[in-house]
Design a protein around this ligand. Sequence first.
Ligand SMILES: Nc1ncnc2c1ncn2[C@@H]1O[C@H](COP(=O)(O)OP(=O)(O)OP(=O)(O)O)[C@@H](O)[C@H]1O
Length: 882
Amino acid sequence: MAKKVKKVTPLMKQYNAIKVKYPDALLLFRVGDFYETFGEDAIKASKILDIILTKRSAGSESEIELAGFPHHSLNTYLPKLVKAGERVAICDQLEDPKLTKNIVKRGVTELVTPGVALNDDILHSKTNNFLAAVYFPSTSSASQSNGTVFNSVGVSFLDVSTGEYFISQGNSEYVDKLLQNFRPSEVLVSKPNRKKYNEAFGSDFHAFYLEDWVFQDDYANETLLKQFNTKSLKGFGIEDLYEGIVASGAILHYLGETQHHKLQHITSIQRLTKGEHVWMDRFTIKNLELYQSYNQNAVTLVDVIDKTISPMGGRLLKRWLALPLVSMSQINQRHDVVEYVKSDPVMLGEFQQQLKQIGDIERLISKVATVKISPREVIQLKNALEAIVPIKAFALTTKNKALQQLGEQMDSCEELRTRIKATLNEEAPVNILKGNTISSDFSSELKELRGLSASGKSYLDKMLERECERTGITSLKIASNNVYGYYIEVRHTHKDKVPEEWIRKQTLVSAERYITEELKEYETKILGAEERISLIEQQLFAELVSWIINFIQPVQKNSTLIAQLDCLTGFAQLAIENNYTRPILTEGYELDIKNGRHPVIEKQLPHGEPYIANDVYLDRVKQQIIMITGPNMSGKSAILRQTALIVLLAQMGSFVPAELATIGLTDKIFTRVGASDNISMGESTFMVEMNETASILNNISDRSLVLLDEIGRGTSTYDGISIAWAISEYLHEHPSKAKTLFATHYHELNEMSETFDRIKNFNVSVKELKNNVLFLRKLVPGGSNHSFGIHVAKMAGMPQQVIHRANKILVQLEKSHSTEELTDKVKTLNDEMQLSFFNLDDPLLEQIKEEIVNIDIDTLTPVEALMKLNEIKRMLLKKKRA
Ligand SMILES: Nc1ncnc2c1ncn2[C@@H]1O[C@H](COP(=O)(O)OP(=O)(O)OP(=O)(O)O)[C@@H](O)[C@H]1O
């Protein structure tokens, strides 16, 4: 007997054919009123969405997992899948099931991925949703790289929901910083570069790997020119960014691949240039807790300083925070506006009042391009543009030049507003099929049809009245359904009174339904009119939306200007609420902060507890490096971070939490936190710390601000002190003379101020009570002569015995390793090293000397250093044996 062949149902056959085309995506397969998932997808979906997982027959003998949800719940479930990191392919029915006898045609209409989302429920209103691409040219191979630093990496970011598009390139450290700033939801990388990507950027972001051929310069150029409809990229000032262009091209390619073809809102691309913003690397962005805190739910800087009202303002603020300015005139322009608005609360109130009306015009206009805008949203767009009219007028009447310019550039979009007003009803629904979208005054045909439909209905009312009278049945009813259209319903008790010419269509338990010639005649008129009305509404609405496309650029321009105004008025509000002052920016190198505060901590203190303000002064002549000692919890880190945050706030255009702040323009801010404050895994934490610190030493400039917090504590005390000492010495001797704050437990480092004249000692004062330490939190000149660890242990409730013993040991240790001894040791070490270098004459030593001299310390990784050391050791051992 022939073996029974397993037969797959036609539906599953169709499913399988579509699924193979989207192997990386979770496929939502529309079946009737449901979106279904099968197999592995069903298992995943049921977990993520908490929906029931069942099994169904996929053909004879085989069974497959199944999980689904009603199609109208797509907006509830889709965001959950995408937020869980899934790529979701939405497969819809492409024809009306009623109109076909065969299996319904189906196809994927959209591929939603974390970085390509247009759905309001997935997007966060005050945060951009960036898709990024990085491109490593084939020349940036590992052999040419320095450790994990690759040269010339291309990068690009696009938020498809707003149309904002950025391009840049640089070494992988710079690209890493941009990734940390833009925090993309998805990063595109070519498959062969998976390893390089992971080496350079780790696993912070959700990466998706594309075929290598997508990353080609010809193809990318062509794709960009087609998108912008231009002959060259010169107009955008990006034609020299070869690697960046490849990355940008890959992004557009991916949009096509995910079925996003309507992209008229992507009208330009903006170049990000390395030297135009304050440089902060990934450690600094994390350490300063700008957008994210170490503790998941703790307050971040952006939470405190965001007083913007519009979603565009909120998104721009995050960009300003990521890219603080280094141009004095631009910074001053922002400060001028903040000062002007702050001085006039009535004006501030007026602006804020209007800004509240604006909503998200940037995303609304993108929805016009992607044809996803609803009638109600078009009305919102019009209302937002109406709110811009008074803002524009108001800005023009101010006496501030920058505000006037903002006003001048705003486009009141009168033609657009007038046409929307004329076309749509103010109460237009979300769903066009609900009717009453287009104003009757806009189309005479529509008016006539609506009249006809209304009169038809009133004719039916009259008819009902007449028939009730004629038949004597008072309970007659006219209604309609999808099967029989309009009908007259008669209760069984009156059956015998029904006229002969009525045609019976349906019998129910208590009533019968009839149709009549007259009824059918009017039905055709009414239904015909309604169908026509719906068609005309859809057509006119589609025409309106495609006409609005002409206004994408002015609306986008408005949204940028509104975002700027919103950020600046937000800064004024922030300054008023939190008592911030205008910083003075100078071309000099001094940093002089009087009574500075930490913007986040000051908002977090328990009620009634005041924040203790502190002065910090740094320059390149007298006081380049401040050694800050003090016990745990005394407030050392707070002083370091507030100094960086004040500089950052000032250069992004905000006022600052200080009584007075004079700030020599800063181009780079570095912060490093000793290993035990840092959460790092895998690699030895001390190694991480040294790696991070090395990258500072390689990048500092004369306008840099360096903050080192407990560097060196990841190792044994004397190792730690030596390393901290050597780093401070290096910073002091480096020609940049970069301003540095160094917080440390090691009071031994106070010795340095004797040898290095620009190193000064300060401590965060505490008052030692009999059994306790009282934190005064004031930064005062002078070092501290011992560590306070034992006091802290006592405060933490350590048993008396332990404390007593610890005190004894400390005295012993201090006796045997006096700090003078340490200073002397370091000095002798220096002398010895110099001596032996001059005495090298043995050929082997000569060779070793060569080796050492040729090492590029700047680029040496710790592992390479160990290997080098091992090599030298082997040379020496060989000689010894010989
Ligand atoms: N100037 C200040 N005014 C009021 N409270 C402060 C001040 N500075 C710090 N604090 C409070 O003290 C806590 C500890 O401060 P911080 O982390 O700066 O101490 P630290 O000396 O760096 O400690 P550690 O050495 O353990 O890191 C802060 O979280 C804050 O609540």
